[in-house]
Design a binder for this molecule. Structure first.
Ligand code: PDD
Length: 285
């Protein structure tokens, strides 16, 4: 059965969901997006995702396509129409369709599309095995804090990982790990401190990152928000990633070297449990 999608005011079966060839998302990657997870048919931490959407839009001087209440109503309608219990809602805003020109068009309405994807987010088998990652040079642009649809460098890095039998890539700049292809990255040092790259233009301010760091602090875990190197990661007792589509997932191997004992770590496991408990009972943030 085909999914029902949303395209600029209309709910359409996916085969009928079309966008203009002049859409600036298509021609210039002039668009931003959000991915919100859904558990038991409910959006998780969606208010924070919409707040980040506004930030991305503001940074690019792009108009919001609808109010937050309207966007949320469309997300919920898609969940209902597709009977989505577990998975994600993807939403994308672009600067709209206008004749090709490097300058921003004037008075062109922004475009809003959304669709759902079904995934087993809770019973992800990688929770048990952990992820194996390789490092790939971070070739992305200088404003990774804006969640744009300009994802080719990340896609190339992920494919390079898959091609050598790994699960994902950690992006490296000089000797520092910035983040994963579509997740934030963390290591745990021998004294149990979590280290993760600080916010700024080099990484996306992950919504799951924000929630997980708050939960870790509440659990009296020390956090250091600073760059960490590949060498530090290889010496760590554990490593993990966070994102809306994976929550917290352990990383057990980097470039073929086991991290800690090569098994999913205790802290990653605990944070995943706490995050899921709060997400499922609606007490996240
Ligand atoms: N990606 N860093 C990057 C580069 C990302 O693309 C993502 C999310 C994150 C984690 O952010 P959050 O916790 O808000 O999901 C960090 C989404 C899931 C994607 O592109 O599918």
């Amino acid at each position: 059965m085909s999914r029902i999608t949303y395209v600029n005011g209309a709910y359409l079966p996916e085969e009928k969901a079309k966008i203009s060839i002049f859409d600036r998302g298509f021609l210039f990657a002039d668009g931003v997006y959000e991915v919100s997870s859904v558990l038991n048919g409910k959006l998780i931490d969606n208010t924070a995702h919409l707040a980040r959407l506004h930030r991305s839009l503001n940074e690019l001087a792009m108009a919001a396509p609808a109010s937050d209440d309207e966007i949320t109503a469309i997300q919920e309608e898609l969940i209902k129409r597709n009977n989505l219990k577990e998975g994600v809602v993807y939403l994308q805003v672009t600067r709209g369709a206008a004749d090709r020109s490097f300058t921003y068009p004037v008075n062109t309405p922004s475009s809003l599309v959304m669709f759902t994807q079904e995934h087993d987010l809770i019973d992800n088998p990688k929770t048990q095995t952990g992820l194996s990652v390789i490092t790939v040079p971070d070739m992305r642009w200088g404003r990774r804090d804006i969640k744009t649809v300009q994802l080719l460098a990340a896609s190339m890095a992920k494919q390079a990982a898959i091609d050598v039998g790994a699960d994902d890539a950690w992006l490296i700049e000089g000797d520092v790990i910035t983040e994963g292809t579509s997740n934030n990255t963390y290591i745990v040092t021998h004294d149990g401190t979590i280290v993760t790259q600080h916010l700024g233009h080099k990484i996306l301010s992950g919504i799951t990152r924000q929630a997980v760091l708050t939960l870790a602090k509440e659990d009296d875990i020390i956090i250091e928000e600073r760059p960490f190197t590949l060498d530090e990661a290889l010496q760590a007792t554990e490593a993990f990633v966070t994102s809306a589509s994976t929550f917290v997932l352990p990383v057990v191997r980097i470039n073929g070297t086991d991290i800690g004992n090569g098994k999913p770590g205790r802290i990653a496991h605990k944070l995943r449990q706490i995050y899921l408990d709060k997400a499922l009972n609606g007490t996240l943030a």
